[in-house]
Design a protein around this ligand. Sequence first.
Ligand SMILES: Cc1cc2nc3c(=O)[nH]c(=O)nc-3n(C[C@H](O)[C@H](O)[C@H](O)COP(=O)(O)OP(=O)(O)OC[C@H]3O[C@@H](n4cnc5c(N)ncnc54)[C@H](O)[C@@H]3O)c2cc1C
Length: 361
Amino acid sequence: MNSQIDPQSLSQSPVPATEPGGEHETDVIIVGAGPVGLFAVFELGLLDLKSHLVDILDKPGGQCAELYPEKPIYDIPALPYCTGQELTDRLLEQIKPFSPTFHLGQMAISLIKRDDGRWQLTTDEGTTLTAPVLVIAAGGGSFQPKRPPIKGIEEYEDESVFYAVRRVEKFRDKKIVIAGGGDSALDWTVALNDVAKHVTLVHRRDDFRAAPDSVNKMRDLVAAGRMDFKVAQITDLEGADGRLSGVRLKSKEDGEYSVDCEALLPFYGLTMKLGPVADFGINLNENLIPVDTEKFETDVPGIFAIGDINSYPGKLKLILSGFHEGALMAQAAFRLIHPDKRLRFEYTTSSTNLQKKLGVA
Ligand SMILES: Cc1cc2nc3c(=O)[nH]c(=O)nc-3n(C[C@H](O)[C@H](O)[C@H](O)COP(=O)(O)OP(=O)(O)OC[C@H]3O[C@@H](n4cnc5c(N)ncnc54)[C@H](O)[C@@H]3O)c2cc1C
């Protein structure tokens, strides 16, 4: 499984980054930038509704981009074959005309209804988004890091233990320990080596799941004396009041010893959990959100749920089902936002109006 933030994406991000924090107003807030959240932007855009998307991942694409970017999908209508990443890239291309705003690397954590009837969503990075319509496209839930089984680690989290790199500058001139053997651990080891004072990579064996190119780069850095690699397990943390001073390591060869550090970055993979959406005050059934099949609205007016997160009789957790749900949700969202406006049914093939919005007429 990949990291929450791919270091290479810092320079090659497929979507423009939005600085965390600040207050934003829009027509529709979408929690989840998986394939279904992305296609919802398109359907909403055809109706002149602007979208902001929030995702805890650093990149759009949800499960397709995170869990199976290189696996083929064979059941997207009219696309006999495409990989998870290709589907994501195509969706991003398709929604370009509508310039959605992405708030990536941020968890949607709380929701309130304002006095003016609009929804106000807040992220763990302090971004607030206000809109009359909220769409939950949270799939199987938010991707959350696996916590290593180290006693007392919670005390250090967010102070000196980090499961994602949201700002590289945070680690400038720091002594850091990175733990893990997958792409995230290796990519960040290489990327942070130029920023940090010193990097030590810790992995339980001298064998990696990460891309060979990153492993080779790491080995070159070790050979050049620019970083350390330890085959060991982390057994304990040293420090006080949330501030690390070192980690305790143990290995067959070297026994127990300490490595000085001010920050620890464990990259032990991600799991999917429903997370904060469970506290949004929406009716849930077995961690899914029941909706009607006319509008895909939840039991709370103005809050819709589409894609893997919803449930209704006959629901199939397929991408194509989520696309259909997004189209119907968009119609309902338009009627809710513009109760006095007429909604005309139009085809993209023959409507100059729609083609203008798509920038092709
Ligand atoms: C290995 C594999 C193969 C598959 N193959 C196929 C296939 O061939 N055909 C097919 O149709 N389907 C397939 N699927 C299923 C398909 O991937 C899902 O149906 C699809 O991804 C659902 O899209 P979604 O947008 O609803 O949710 P997701 O793709 O799960 O995206 C939801 C996004 O919401 C984010 N999120 C959730 N909660 C929060 C929060 N509180 N704050 C911020 N972000 C949040 C998550 O981080 C995630 O990025 C496959 C799935 C897997 C795992």
